[in-house]
Design a protein around this ligand. Structure first.
Ligand SMILES: [Zn+2]
Length: 304
């Protein structure tokens, strides 16, 4: 084992080498592959047993006094398109540095320790998220997925994973589940900075639900159709959206409600809209409060 102290900042620089705008480690692409490979080699250099499963999740196992299920930490290796320097990678490399620090102090921990670099969390290349951790925990998704270049998930997965699994010394299997898992992750909101805190503990995982709402009208001439005789999908949708925002604002403080995408047809400035589709993204710490809000929301939409 090398005894040099590993600096997290240096590691982040080594793994964030993209000269594009932001980081583009979409699952199974070249940059993703390069980093998973570099992590395996780094682990091996520090006497870890590397395991790569069939979805490209990397586990680095370090010994403990006991032979038992390990205490694990880590995060996801993939990024969104033009992702940040820290999202995912901070939890992988920060976890690695923390483990190294533990062993460099000369104590063999009671339980074995594992670092996990999940293959995918973001859903940025294929239209499915958490494929890495789902597989890791035995919940394999069978939906056939295709990226925007027409490459199937299975093809991309097999090509990339084969290259990792042939690294000498790598164990090819689904790693048995750890006893516990802790993830270090950058906060993706303003609350810690506003509170002048550097660290926060997550107290809950939000329940999330997404919808598309489509409002139908009748396309017609913008100049000659009297206002009172229109079936304007855009007018109806905008009033409906305003009502949904009112409902969300009156709901619990922990609810996040977002309409972030809107499509209008025919999307022509002098034609009354025939169809308007908008997205809804709802997140809430409490399953019950989310269910209540979704019921209220559906009542508003159905009676509109
Ligand atoms: Zn993340």
């Amino acid at each position: 084992m090398t005894n040099e102290a590993i600096q997290l900042g240096d590691l982040l620089d080594q793994f964030n080498t993209s000269d594009e705008v932001g980081q583009n480690r979409l699952v199974y692409n070249q940059q993703w592959l390069r980093n998973q490979r570099a992590l395996i080699l780094l682990g091996q250099e520090h006497d870890a047993q590397a395991t790569v499963d069939d979805y490209g999740n990397v586990s680095l196992d370090f010994p403990g006094q006991e032979i038992s299920a390990p205490i694990a930490t880590g995060s996801h290796m993939d990024t969104v398109r033009q992702g940040g320097r820290y999202d995912g990678l901070y939890g992988v490399l920060g976890g690695f540095c923390a483990i190294q620090k533990l062993y460099q102090q000369g104590h063999l921990p009671k339980k074995p320790v594992r670092l996990i670099s999940f293959s995918e969390e973001e859903g940025s290349r294929f239209p499915a998220a958490f494929t890495g951790s789902n597989y890791y925990t035995g919940h394999q998704q069978v939906t056939p997925l295709v990226d925007e270049m027409g490459i199937t998930f299975d093809q991309a997965r097999r090509d990339a994973v084969r290259q990792l699994q042939t690294i000498p010394g790598v164990r090819r299997q689904r790693a048995p589940l750890p006893a516990s898992f802790t993830e270090l992750h950058i906060e993706q909101g303003p609350r810690l900075a506003q509170a002048h805190q550097s660290l926060g503990l997550v107290t809950g995982i939000v329940a999330q639900d997404r919808y598309d709402v489509t409002v139908y009208g009748q396309a017609n001439h913008a100049g000659t159709t009297p206002m009172a005789q229109r079936q304007d999908a855009m007018a109806t949708a905008s009033h409906l959206m305003a009502e949904l925002y009112d409902l969300a604002n009156k709901s619990s403080k922990s609810l996040s409600f977002t309409i972030g995408e809107i499509h209008v047809s025919p999307n022509v400035s002098n034609v009354i809209a025939e169809r308007c589709t908008f997205s809804i993204d709802c997140r809430e710490e409490s399953d019950e409060r989310l269910a209540t809000f979704l019921t209220d929301m559906q009542v508003v939409i159905q009676h509109f």
